[in-house]
Ligand binder design. Structure first.
Ligand code: ADP
Ligand code: MG
Length: 547
């Protein structure tokens, strides 16, 4: 930590300012800050709603609309609307609107910019410093892409925090002693389960698992397909199914029906295409049959999480928290009850993550204001509390919190199997759920060929849900070459050091031991590089925002 001692703080430069927590969701996003009384508060958006659809409508070449109107525009202008981009975070992929290429980062940046602007307008103070939440299983490139999205939006991303940790912080703020909890988060496009232990002031992630292609949108798709089937049954030979706008209207109706079915046991839906009409009635029971396999997938992952937790010494849960809008599906709680014997409770499902992010943001602000090793001296606490305008007791309490996170997946080096020159595998140095910061012991490898003058080091990240040494179950995330070496004898040692910081940033260092030649491996962040971030920032800044 490089914060100067507080006596030397230049009051103008170092005055802690408010840091906001942003839940950048796959389908809905939300922003929060900690108010004077120390409680997290949601800032409503321009149309008075707590959450904003994470949808961008590229209305014209230079005007974008974010949120509700954009979501509704999917019906009429599907080719100009971007949604569910979080699913592609960290991937080198682009979408084109009005001839301009957009990355998942730049589209996310437009969402962040709109949310920050709306909060600025609402509060009359600029939103600059933010903490953004990420799914716990986001790997290195996805976390980095999220940071980049914030930078492109012109924000200062103080940190990223795993969503379940944020949810647990919010839960913890409600009080209640030492506990182990299971967080089941079923959102719009992602699912994850995380075991968290709250002991004294420590909040630690025991293990986490998830699927970032599983969420409420999949439930919507099942209803959409069902509606189309019903429509075609009533209107044989209809061309409705080939019309994007009709399909979009079904998608919108599907989400509304789904939400209605969380309260009611049946829901009617009229449909119209040109002169063709049909009305379909979906019962909750039928809906649950249509989506049973999706729910089952969440339970499979939950079971796997419980198993992993067991290996780590956790054999019972004091609470099962349901977060994410889709956790409102009655089948979720019912299934967790019957399958696992849990007594789950809904915990502020739409807002818990943003509120927890705001608490985490405050903890980070308070921590950086304290020089390392300095205890929360009452005078310092009072000063920070005064500067932030927050109750000193809350600042003291939060300054003592410690969040311990774990590695989201396994990371390692590509190596050749002993005695083979072709059979390579990934040797994982950091394993999923290792406590962060992780600094595994130096690992020694040896050269495979005689007279090697260069050594290629490749860093790979676990791709599948379960760690495997097979290359096909891992993704290359970085590489580097130690070159210009004198011809080495076969079996020359190379020492590789991995270290992963608490926020999930990975550093890899390799050294050829006879010459001392070494290498810091620059991780190829799947998405954008520095220049591209700067370019995207300019490009995004040029858009005016309507809506
Ligand atoms: P994310 O964080 O992935 O953006 P959220 O936690 O905001 O997602 O949840 C959004 C999802 O929750 C959407 O798929 C939405 O349709 C669904 N949802 C919201 N309310 C309900 C409800 N009452 N019943 C079922 N699903 C709901
Ligand atoms: Mg979410």
């Amino acid at each position: 930590m490089n914060a100067p001692a507080h006596e030397h703080i230049d009051p103008a430069a170092k005055k802690p300012s408010r840091t906001f927590g942003i839940d950048l969701g796959t389908t809905y996003s939300c922003i929060s800050y900690v108010d004077d009384s120390g409680r997290p508060t949601i800032v409503k958006n321009a149309i008075g709603e707590d959450t904003t659809p994470s949808v961008v409508f590229f209305e014209t070449e230079d005007n974008v609309i974010v949120g509700r109107i954009a979501k509704n525009s999917q019906k009429t202008n599907p080719e100009l609307v971007a949604s569910l981009v979080k699913r592609d975070m960290g991937e080198k992929t682009t979408l084109s609107f009005h001839g301009t290429e957009h990355s998942p980062e730049s589209i996310s940046a437009l969402i962040l910019r709109e949310i920050a602007a709306a909060a600025t307008a609402e509060l009359g103070e600029p939103v600059r410093d933010v903490v953004i939440t990420v799914p716990a299983y986001f790997g290195v490139s996805q976390r980095e892409a999220t940071r980049h999205a914030g930078e492109i939006a012109g924000l200062n991303v103080v940190d990223v925090v795993p969503e379940p940790v944020a949810a647990a912080l919010h839960y913890d703020a409600a009080g209640g002693g030492d506990r182990t909890i299971l967080v089941y988060d079923l959102g719009g496009g992602t699912f994850d389960t995380t075991v968290i232990r709250l002991v004294g002031n420590d909040i630690s992630v025991v293990c986490t698992d998830g699927d970032h292609h599983l969420g409420g949108a999949d439930w919507d798709d099942r209803i959409s397909s069902w509606l189309l089937e019903r429509f075609l049954a009533e209107n044989p030979g209809s061309a409705a199914g080939e019309h994007e706008d009709f399909l979009q209207s079904l998608a919108t109706s599907a989400e509304e029906m789904k939400k209605a079915l969380s309260r009611r046991t049946g829901q009617k839906q009229p449909m119209r295409f040109a002169s063709e009409v049909a009305t379909a009635e979906l019962t909750r029971e039928r809906f649950e049959q249509l989506t049973a396999d999706l729910l089952e997938r969440t339970f499979g992952i939950t079971a796997r999480t419980i198993e992993t937790a067991k290996v780590k010494g956790v054999d019972h849960f004091d609470d099962v928290l349901l977060v994410g809008g889709s956790a409102r599906l009655p089948a979720v709680a019912a299934g967790l009850r019957s399958r696992f014997g849990f007594e789950p409770r809904l915990h502020d499902p739409d807002l818990a993550v943003a509120k927890g992010a705001a608490l985490f943001a405050l903890i980070q602000t308070v921590k950086t204001a304290f020089p390392e090793g300095d205890d929360a001296a009452p005078a310092t606490v009072a000063k920070i509390a005064d500067q932030l305008g927050i109750d000193p007791e809350e600042v003291r309490r939060l300054s003592e919190k410690k969040v311990v996170t774990v590695a989201p997946r396994a990371f390692g080096i590509k190596a050749l199997r002993q005695g083979s020159l072709t059979d390579s595998y990934v040797d994982h140095l950091i394993k999923a759920n290792d406590i962060l910061p992780a600094t595994p012991p130096v690992q020694r490898y040896v050269t495979a060929h005689p007279d090697q003058t260069s050594i290629l080091i490749e860093v790979w990240e676990q791709a599948g849900a379960v760690a495997s040494a097979d290359l096909e179950h891992n993704n290359l995330i970085g590489e580097g070459r130690i070159a210009n070496l004198p011809p080495l004898s076969k079996g020359s040692p190379i020492d590789v050091t991995f270290s992963m910081a608490q926020n999930g940033t990975l550093r890899v260092h390799a050294v050829e031991t006879t010459t001392g030649e070494d290498l810091d491996i620059e991780l190829l962040i799947g998405g954008l590089n520095r220049d591209e971030v700067a370019q995207a920032r300019d490009a995004v800044a040029r858009y005016s925002v309507g809506g």
